[in-house]
Design a protein around this ligand. Structure first.
Ligand SMILES: [Zn+2]
Length: 486
């Protein structure tokens, strides 16, 4: 035991600086479960070999193996739905009613200049990595500033990013442009990041009502052609479903289906208010879904029927929707939401068997994000996007079922290290190549800009709410009536 402690404490970030790394962790999470006695060889940013430790060491006598006692090597998580430029407003939305994008996000993002856009994206990227996400799918910013600021933030932190470019031609962003102008910029965005090791471009339309049918169809088709994903928010709020019904006599998903905007390239965020027919449309078109359980709890009108989607073969990945970048808590929320919304009433005590939430936060999430075969699992040829998780914690001791333990007990403070493309990005929660605390100082100063944004917040702060509540529930003094003597 003493030896293990010595080995762990002697481990420093410098140990991972070599070009080629032969890692011998306590356990490795492969697609079929956790294994002991395995090793991985990393070079050129990718997993080159995954095999029994003994044979790998024998095949590479030139490399000094790095033993990682008490560490689980597992795939980095993938957040299939994020808004990297909303990080300055995080707790402004607590307690707010639905459709907060109208009152908070659009005004906030509209007030960001390029510098603030970059700062907020960098903060969000740091939070994502700290929460175990090595990839985030950004749904696009409503700010008029260049998306290059977001790409730069991802590159500086090492977060892999599917970078959305918004193509609304009917509002919902700052600045208006015609269809042709937008499509030109969209095409430019799709070729602009070629050869970039972390950025993959994508196109987005905020919600179907923010674009014309021509634009919806063209954007989706452009993505299919370019081999990337088309993102849009659909069937999240009752108000939006009803607006669509009034305007078109179609629900938003029916609308997208009827104009041919669904397909394997399309990633629908939310799909919480879905009819059985709409589920069939998702399945028949092989459309993917970003299932955002925390967003449902915080500002939604319903919980997406994720287990039903799984049973139908609908592709989906877990997403934060910019709520809270903690991958372990996201998996926990995914399971809990299905349990409370569906499992309790049907007596389904399994509710995904634990593994489903891990899988839809990694490999299946990569598929939904258009990154299949690139990231999301520990296998030869895949990008070396991975986590080292400290297993020597009371919450996971003794171990009987590692996967359930990861879903229900693991915590981001167990993350020893976060890697993307084989490069160490975070060590015990903090960046190794740049000053994370200096960023926080900058953010505190820059956040004053939020006061200038025309945000309309409905809910008071918790402290104000408490005071109002106490006042409202304090018994009023009774009127004394002269001469009345019971
Ligand atoms: Zn969203």
């Amino acid at each position: 035991m003493a030896m293990f402690h010595a080995a762990y404490s002697s481990l420093t970030p410098d140990a991972f600086a070599a070009e080629r790394l032969l890692l011998l962790p306590e356990e490795v999470l492969l697609s079929d479960g956790c294994h002991s006695g395995k090793a991985v060889l990393i070079a050129d940013g990718r997993f080159q070999e995954v095999d029994d430790a003994e044979s790998l060491i024998q095949r590479h006598p030139d490399l000094s193996p790095i033993t990682l006692p008490d560490q689980l090597l597992m795939p980095g998580f993938i957040d299939t739905h994020h808004h990297l430029t909303q990080s300055l407003g995080k707790s402004l939305v607590c307690g707010e009613p639905s459709e907060i994008f109208k009152r908070i996000w659009v005004p906030l993002e509209g007030s960001l200049d390029e510098e603030l856009l970059q700062l907020s994206a960098k903060l969000a990227a740091l939070e994502a990595l700290r929460g175990g996400f090595t990839t985030a799918v950004d749904a696009g910013t409503r700010s008029a500033a260049d998306t290059a600021s977001i790409a730069l933030a991802a590159e500086e932190t090492g977060l892999r990013c599917v970078l959305g470019f918004i193509c609304n031609d009917q509002g919902g962003t700052t600045g208006k442009q015609d269809v042709k102008q937008i499509l030109n910029r969209a095409e430019h965005h799709l070729i602009r990041w070629e050869g970039n090791k972390l950025i993959k471009p994508s196109l987005a339309i905020s919600i179907p009502e923010a674009a014309s049918d021509t634009m919806l169809h063209a954007t989706s088709a452009l993505c299919a052609e370019a081999g990337t994903i088309f993102q849009t928010h659909v069937n999240e709020h009752l108000q939006a479903v009803e607006r669509s019904l009034v305007a078109r006599r179609q629900r938003p998903l029916e609308h997208l289906y009827s104009i041919g905007a669904l397909g394997p390239q399309t990633l629908i965020a939310h799909a919480t208010l879905v009819t059985p027919d709409e589920l069939n449309m998702l399945r028949d078109t092989d459309t993917a879904v970003a299932f955002n359980p925390v967003a449902s709890a915080w500002k939604g009108n319903a919980v997406a029927p994720a287990l039903q989607m799984a049973a139908l073969g609908i592709r989906f990945g877990l997403g934060t929707d910019g709520t809270r970048s903690d991958a372990f808590r996201l998996m926990d929320a995914a399971e809990t939401s299905q349990r409370l919304a569906f499992g309790l009433s049907t007596g389904d005590s399994s509710c995904g068997g634990g593994w489903r939430w891990l899988e839809h936060a990694s490999r299946s999430a990569a598929d939904a994000a258009g990154l299949k075969g690139l990231t999301g699992e520990i296998a030869p040829g895949m990008a070396a996007d991975f986590l080292l998780v400290d297993l020597a914690v009371p919450e996971m001791t003794p171990t009987w079922d590692r996967i359930w333990e990861l879903v229900r007990y693991a915590n981001r403070d167990q993350l020893t290290a976060v890697f993307t493309n084989g490069r160490l990005r975070l060590w015990q929660g903090w960046p190794v190549e740049w000053d994370g605390r200096a960023l926080l100082r900058n953010i505190r100063e820059a956040a004053v800009a939020v006061h200038q944004a025309p945000i309309y917040r409905v809910h008071p702060t918790a402290t104000q709410h408490r005071a109002q509540y106490r006042e409202a529930t304090t018994p009023q003094p009774t009127l004394s009536i002269e001469g009345y003597n019971p």
